[in-house]
Every structure is written in structure tokens, then in C-alpha cells.
Design a protein around this ligand. Structure first.
Ligand SMILES: Nc1nc2c(ncn2[C@@H]2O[C@H](COP(=O)(O)OP(=O)(O)OP(=O)(O)O)[C@@H](O)[C@H]2O)c(=O)[nH]1
Ligand SMILES: [Mg+2]
Length: 470
């Protein structure tokens, strides 16, 4: 693996740190290190980063003090900067809600934003450590300067140690792996709704690469044909096939008898990733769990045992399990959505925005979908409601589209009333992205009015989050 270290573009100001605090007069930048950003621009950073957190309910509930910690990657297009921002609260008896909202933003030039995505975890830890020094009491400006300066040094040191190439767009590499015949190619065809191709699938010869565009980002999908003759070469030439993987989907056919072989293959893959010191999120699909057999006690038991083994093998990785079948589109969608959203640095802050909007409407659940029914973010008051809304959302989306196509819906909104439940369905655009928002509520008379009232603010808040979703 030869990585080009970018020396030409390196200058002394590779990153800037801004601490902002919500004071009585509003958001105020407290310090900027190094001090190269104009005061006006510092103010823009303070306003924009804090405004995301300033949703009354989101934090003005004293009891939730310790729960308020979010990370997000935010664009500042006018400044040509992108920031990794940590949102937290500073304890202050004299402030409303006994706390002041605050953010620490680590800013880099737009063309270096790739660096933030690739190192989110490590950088977040540094930001959180500094925030912790500020969070429990009001500290003097002198102390603040010291903390932020030392953070800036730490970050600069880190930047000089890792070689992250300068890239204009983040390349996202997603692997689909598993033994031959486990259903990888079928899953991919079904996800992209190429149903007509589903019945003509042959075993994949070597690697099949496709690119899909998602919210303006390019996803590179690598379907690694799983027959034995190919597997050896992936392992042998791991730096070609497995290096720099951002997300891994692993498939196991729950109905065949090759569990042992499959676990061995999986074990080798994670071992290699570990050696690369790369820990992409892993989605395990227990595949071919077709609806007519999904209740089988034997299969359930088998899956439980397998889950344990997969977990043991993948210590240090974040791993998710799904039962999937090409005859259950919901199951495919759910596992795929989970994978994609696990890539998003804005996952938590996004859900917090849905929670805020839900609270304004007294809603029980809210779900944001893209054109392909991918769940970009969701919020629900309980698990059951979450499942109901997730399963039904693509159906409502279909109905909505069908009625729109036949011009029976002319607005960007539809309302369904079902006994005590009401579904509000909205279509809107952010930049070039077509988005759908499903809201589930128990009977609520003014829901449409409340929606209209709060929607502009919601949209304003999620716009930067969509722009930096991946
Ligand atoms: N019953 C059932 N069959 C499935 C499902 N998904 C795929 N299959 C079938 O399983 C067989 C193998 O599917 P593929 O998609 O080619 O499997 P693959 O993992 O890509 O195989 P390789 O390319 O050899 O690695 C095909 O006959 C599919 O029709 C499923 O969810 N349920
Ligand atoms: Mg295949």
C-alpha cells in the first residue's frame, strides 16, 4: 500500500478550532486557534453550529444534562470550510435551564473534508476530552485559551502523523462478502430494484464493481464472488480487495450447511482488517430467511448460535445482525439502511432533529426516506412504533407516488387516518435530493398546521446535515 503523503498543499494552518458558547446575547465565539478566521466568520460558525442544538426541548430539560453530546460534520460553504463539531452543555447555575449550549468545531478547508470523515472517531475523542474540561463549571478565559490551544496542538500533531490524501470527494467503499451462493448479488439487484435481473443471476466471477450515487456521494459497491477459487485471492491480495473498506456486508445462507466454512472465511476477513488497523462497521445478513420459514424454531436457534460466534470473531468492530430475504423487501431495506446510516457522522444529531420536530407535533414516530426508500434517519417513542413505521413507510411512499402520478395528489402532502392513528406524509427537496418524511401520530387535530409552522425550521436545520450525510 503506497499512500501519497500530501506535502505540497501542507501549510501551517491545516486546521482551526473555534469554541462557541450560547451567552445571554446569543451565540458567541470565545476563541479561535489559530486566529486566522475573521470575527464575522467566527460568528457565522458560532451561530450555525449552536443553532442546531438550540431546539428548546433538545436541551432545556435540566435532567438531561449529561445526555447532551452530539457530533456532526457541518458544511460552511461561504467560508469554504467543513467542520467536525461537538455539541455539549456547560453547567451554569445562572443560565436558563442551568446550562449553556456550546460547540467546539474543528474546521478544515472543504477540499480536506475527507480527513474529517476518515478520522472522525479519533478526532471526536480529542474534542470530547477538551469539552469535558469545560463542561462542569464556568472557567476563566485564560483557562479556556489554554484548553483550546492544547487541543489545537494535539490535532496538528495527529494531522502530521496520519497520511490522509487530499481528496475532493470522499470515496466510500462497500464490500459484499460471503460464500458462493449466499445471495450477495441477488441482494444488490433487489435493493436497486432490478427485479427483472433477479432470475438470471449466475455465480459472480471474481469482483463485480458498481457505483451508485447517494445524496450526491459516490458509493463504490464491491460484490466479491464467493466461490472457493476466488476467495483465496482476496485473502492473498488483501491490500487490493479489502484495504480501505468503509462498510462490510457479510452474507450467510441460513439454510445451507456450510456455517463452519463461512465462519472461517469471516474470521480471516476480520483478522486482515484488524492487521490493517481498519474497523469498518459490519452488517451480518442471515440471508434466505424467506417469510414462509422465518418462524422456524430450528432456524432461529441456529441464527442465535451463529450470532454469538460472529460476535466473538469480531471483537473491536461494530456489528449488526439482520435476517434478510429477497422475498421481503423490507428486510433488505432495513439492513441496507442501517449499514448506510452507520457511515454517517451525523447520525445522532440527525435523529435529535427528528425528535425535536416530533415533539412539536406530538408525534410518535418520524422517518426520513430518500427516493429509494432508504431510511436516512428515524425517531420513535418506542420499539413497536418504530417497527410499524419502518415497515409501512415504503408502502405509504408507493401509494403517495401512485396517487401523485395519476394527479390525485397535487400537493406535496398526504394524510391518512386509521382509527386513532394518523399518518402525515410529505415530499420535499433539499438541493437535488428528493426526500420523504413520514410522521405517525395518534389522533391530533392540528397536526397539519403544526407541521406547516415548524417545517421551515426543521428543513433549515437538516439541510447542512444532508449535505454532509456521507
Ligand atoms: N430462497 C431464497 N433464495 C435466494 C435468496 N437470495 C438469493 N437466492 C438464491 O440463491 C442463489 C444464489 O444467489 P446469488 O445472488 O447468485 O449468490 P452470490 O452470493 O452472489 O453467489 P456468488 O456470486 O457465487 O458468490 C440464487 O439461485 C438466488 O436465486 C433469498 O433471499 N431466498
Ligand atoms: Mg454473486
Amino acid at each position: 500500500m503506497v499512500e501519497m503523503k500530501d506535502i505540497s498543499n501542507k501549510n501551517e494552518t491545516s486546521s482551526t478550532i473555534v469554541l462557541s458558547v450560547f451567552e445571554k446575547e446569543g451565540p458567541v465565539p470565545k476563541i479561535c486557534v489559530p486566529d486566522y478566521i475573521s470575527e464575522d466568520n467566527q460568528m457565522i460558525i458560532a451561530m450555525k453550529s449552536i443553532s442546531l442544538l438550540m431546539g428548546d426541548q433538545i436541551y432545556q430539560n435540566g435532567g438531561k444534562f449529561f445526555g447532551i453530546k452530539y457530533f456532526g460534520i457541518l458544511p460552511f460553504p461561504d467560508l469554504e470550510l467543513t467542520g467536525l463539531t461537538y455539541f455539549f452543555l456547560i453547567k451554569d447555575e445562572n443560565a436558563r435551564g442551568n446550562a449553556k449550549a456550546a460547540t467546539i468545531s474543528l474546521l478544515v478547508e472543504n477540499k480536506r473534508s475527507y480527513f474529517l470523515y476518515e478520522n472522525t472517531k479519533q478526532l471526536s475523542i480529542m474534542l470530547a476530552e477538551s469539552a469535558n474540561l469545560l463542561a462542569y463549571e464556568v472557567v476563566s478565559q485564560e483557562k479556556i485559551d489554554e484548553i483550546i490551544n492544547s487541543l489545537s496542538q494535539k490535532v496538528e500533531k495527529y494531522i502530521s502523523e496520519v497520511n490522509t490524501p487530499v481528496e475532493f470527494t470522499r470515496k466510500i467503499k462497500v464490500l459484499f462478502v460471503g460464500l458462493g451462493n449466499s445471495g450477495k448479488t441477488s441482494y444488490l439487484r433487489a435493493i436497486s430494484q432490478k427485479f427483472s435481473e433477479l432470475t438470471e443471476i449466475r455465480p459472480t466471477k471474481g469482483v463485480e464493481r458498481t457505483e451508485i450515487s447517494l445524496l450526491g456521494h459516490l458509493l463504490k459497491e464491491w460484490d466479491l464472488g464467493g466461490q472457493e477459487k476466488y476467495r483465496a485471492s482476496y485473502i492473498k491480495n488483501a491490500d487490493l480487495y479489502l484495504y480501505d473498506t468503509n462498510l462490510l456486508f457479510y452474507f450467510i445462507d441460513v439454510r445451507d450447511h456450510k456455517s463452519k466454512e463461512s465462519l472461517e472465511y469471516f474470521g480471516k476477513l476480520v483478522e486482515i482488517m484488524r492487521a490493517f488497523n481498519q474497523f469498518p462497521p459490519i452488517i451480518i445478513n442471515f440471508h434466505k430467511m424467506d417469510p414462509d420459514i422465518s418462524d422456524s424454531p430450528e432456524l432461529k436457534e441456529k441464527i442465535e448460535k451463529l450470532s454469538k460466534k460472529f460476535s466473538e470473531l469480531s471483537k473491536g468492530f461494530t456489528i449488526y445482525f439482520y435476517n434478510t430475504s429477497i422475498f421481503d423487501l423490507y428486510s433488505l431495506n432495513k439492513s441496507f439502511s442501517e449499514g448506510i446510516s452507520s457511515l454517517s457522522p451525523n447520525r445522532e444529531i440527525f435523529a435529535a432533529q427528528l425528535q425535536w420536530f416530533s415533539s412539536k407535533l406530538n408525534a410518535q414516530a418520524m422517518l426520513l426516506l430518500n427516493e429509494n426508500s432508504l431510511i436516512l434517519s428515524d425517531y420513535a417513542t418506542n420499539k413497536e412504533i418504530e417497527v410499524v413505521s419502518e415497515i409501512s413507510a415504503p408502502h405509504f411512499q408507493n401509494l403517495f407516488r401512485t396517487f401523485t402520478d395519476f394527479k390525485l395528489i397535487t400537493k406535496n402532502q398526504a394524510v391518512w387516518q386509521m382509527e386513532d392513528s394518523i399518518i402525515l406524509f410529505n415530499h420535499f427537496n433539499i438541493d437535488d435530493n428528493s426526500l420523504y418524511l413520514l410522521t405517525l401520530s395518534s389522533h391530533e387535530e392540528n397536526i397539519v398546521k403544526k407541521f406547516e409552522k415548524n417545517f421551515p425550521k426543521f428543513k433549515e436545520r437538516i439541510t447542512p446535515l444532508i449535505q454532509t450525510y456521507l
